[in-house]
Write a new protein. Sequence first.
Length: 379
Amino acid sequence: MKFTITRSVFLKTLNDVSRAISSKTTIPILTGLKLVLSDTGLVLTGSDADISIESRINATSENNDLQIESTGSIVLPARFFSEIVKRLPENTMTLEVKDNFQTLITSGSSEFTINGLDANNYPRLPEISAPQPLMLNAEVLKQLINQTVIAVSNQESRPVLTGVHFVISGAQLMAVATDSHRLSQRTLDLEQPTTTDYDVIIPGKSLVELSRMLTDDIDQVELRIAENQVLFIIGQTAFYSRLLEGNYPDTTRLIPTSSTTTVEFAAPALLAAIQRASLLSHESRNNVVRLTLDVATQSAIIYGNSPDVGNVEEVLQFSALSGENLEISFNPDYMKEALQAFGQTTVEVAFTAPLRPFTLVPSEDRDHFIQLITPVRTY
């Protein structure tokens, strides 16, 4: 196996695939990067058994400048190989596999030899065919991921809660995550209705890595779902993730259908106020801020306090306040992450009682995105 390639092109693909490679794996060969060279192009594969990424560099593309001398395959130690490629001196590099999987990497006057492994021992990726793949807008998918993964659980004691629950039916995709203290649910209207319904749980960690790959130059993502795997196809790259087993709790019954008090804020202004209030609350053990709404005087005040440091009080600006007076306490970190997911919009916060979960929705598009936060009992 021998080829020469433009180093920048190779490095970009290598970086994408390396996202799936972990140094902490029980299968030693998975610490390596698999390269398979055929007459049509070069395929790079990385995997940690949970996530697998396969990316292709076509021989026909002029930008790649891939010159193939002899085809073959090899698995190389990913960490060393990546560092070598990053530091090579010239714009092009040549890779040649010799006897006993010894691999020679040359660029200009620099020459490295590293020990490789037999690619036949590398686990095979599943083949996921889809009679009717789902096409998703990449920017919208990235937004959906970032808006829901904030609520996944970090506790491995309930594995299903470490993932995002995807329910696809007809012309709608719903994604929801909860760690039992908060919930985030986003729905998308699909351009083409699906004839097959899906109900799967995708690990939050997988979605975070996928989101990082959805750069501005990508328009569409193809989604395929199999029995225990999901596949996202992004241009020349295939991103596989295992699915979590188990039944996701019924979250629809957690979302209140009515409220006693509602208030509308500009999300960035409320976020900034909560960031200020939490400067002191973080110093105290319970990390809580308190919000007081008075409908008669049309006032909203936020309080943060730490017995050791002091307290903060701020009058909040809002565009509408109606219903009953309310005093409620909550974790400011949950609120900050929720508000960051709304961006520059106006947000409506709806309350039912001081100890009942409250909801946040964007004022303009309340049907497609909702977040729920459980308050904190302070007495």
